[in-house]
Write a protein that binds this ligand. Structure first.
Ligand SMILES: Nc1ncnc2c1ncn2[C@@H]1O[C@H](COP(=O)(O)OP(=O)(O)OP(=O)(O)O)[C@@H](O)[C@H]1O
Ligand SMILES: [Mn+2]
Length: 270
């Protein structure tokens, strides 16, 4: 009679690599004893001193997104090759790894989730900060009044050229950066204002209150999203910026790059 391990066999048989998501040291050590398999650790920090490591900028709640990030990162860094079969060990319900799944490194399924953080003009840390801010703003907003916001990150000179002020710029003479505790308070305060925030590659807040006027030609964003999201998508095609929009109407955080929607997060899940 077949045991449950026989069912698991089809998940893990003949895989080229095993991806461990945020493993404990003991889990990592145990996995190290497995023969003939490449180990890749995907985590916020390399606590286990893994030789092969992909850094997670956010602890994506959607496990598929977390796995996609790890796989696209590993492909980019050459840890796996197109077509490789991969087993993934992930903490899904608990903090400890409790789920094993199987996927394939597939260049044709490329979503750009890794490139969004790592191959953008702006520093990955700046992009992460803006994500966290948008998520926080989205959560708070849902309790009181919903707020919308738009952050355009990187390539600020070009973005400024493709936009115009709606009102005076409260950041005109300041040298504040995202990540400064005071800035988060300011950004949250100003997010009630119209228009977009413009942020430099290194995280300097260049302007608030910008009305974006990019060419929307060739921009392919899902139908039903309005002017904020069209502008958010279009500016990333017209410049080398990425953008992060918080929707006032559905509460979602969306990231755009190269004129495309790359990632959609529900702040309530964080
Ligand atoms: N081109 C633009 N540049 C900067 N901000 C914009 C632009 N277009 C719209 N916005 C901002 O987006 C706000 C909401 O506009 P709209 O409802 O059309 O967008 P939306 O995509 O439906 O966003 P939401 O989901 O938040 O409603 C506007 O009040 C304005 O502040
Ligand atoms: Mn709207």
């Amino acid at each position: 009679m077949a045991g449950i391990l026989d069912l698991c066999d089809s998940i893990v048989s003949d895989v080229d690599a095993l991806f461990l998501f945020s493993p404990s040291s003991s889990y990592y050590e145990k996995a190290g004893d497995i023969d003939d398999i490449d180990l890749v650790v995907v985590a916020n920090e390399n606590d286990v001193d893994a030789g092969t490591f992909v850094e997670l900028p956010l602890q994506f709640r959607d496990v598929r997104e977390r796995i996609r990030f790890g796989v696209e990162g590993a492909l980019d860094k050459g840890h796996v090759e197109d077509g490789d079969a991969i087993a993934t060990a992930v903490p899904l319900f608990e903090d400890e790894i409790d789920t094993i799944s199987r996927t394939r490194a597939d260049e044709s399924q490329h979503t750009g989730i890794y490139d969004l953080f790592v191959k953008s003009r702006a520093d990955a840390a700046v992009i992460r900060n803006i994500f966290e801010l948008a998520i926080e703003l989205g959560k708070k907003g849902q309790k009181g009044e919903p707020v919308g916001a738009l952050f355009v990150v990187g390539d600020a000179g070009n973005v400024m050229n493709k936009s115009r002020p709606l009102s005076y710029n409260p950041f005109e003479k300041s040298h504040v950066h995202v990540g400064d505790p005071i800035v988060n308070v300011m950004l949250k305060e100003f997010s009630r204002l119209d228009g977009a925030f413009i942020i430099s590659d290194s995280g300097k807040i260049v302007s608030a209150y910008r009305y974006l006027e990019p060419s929307a030609e060739g921009v392919d964003i899902p139908k039903g999203l309005g002017a904020r999201h069209m502008a958010a998508g279009a500016i990333t095609r017209d410049t080398n910026a990425i953008s992060i929009a918080l929707s006032e109407s559905d509460g979602m955080v969306r990231a755009f790059k190269g004129g495309e929607l790359i990632l959609e997060l529900d702040p309530e899940a964080y």
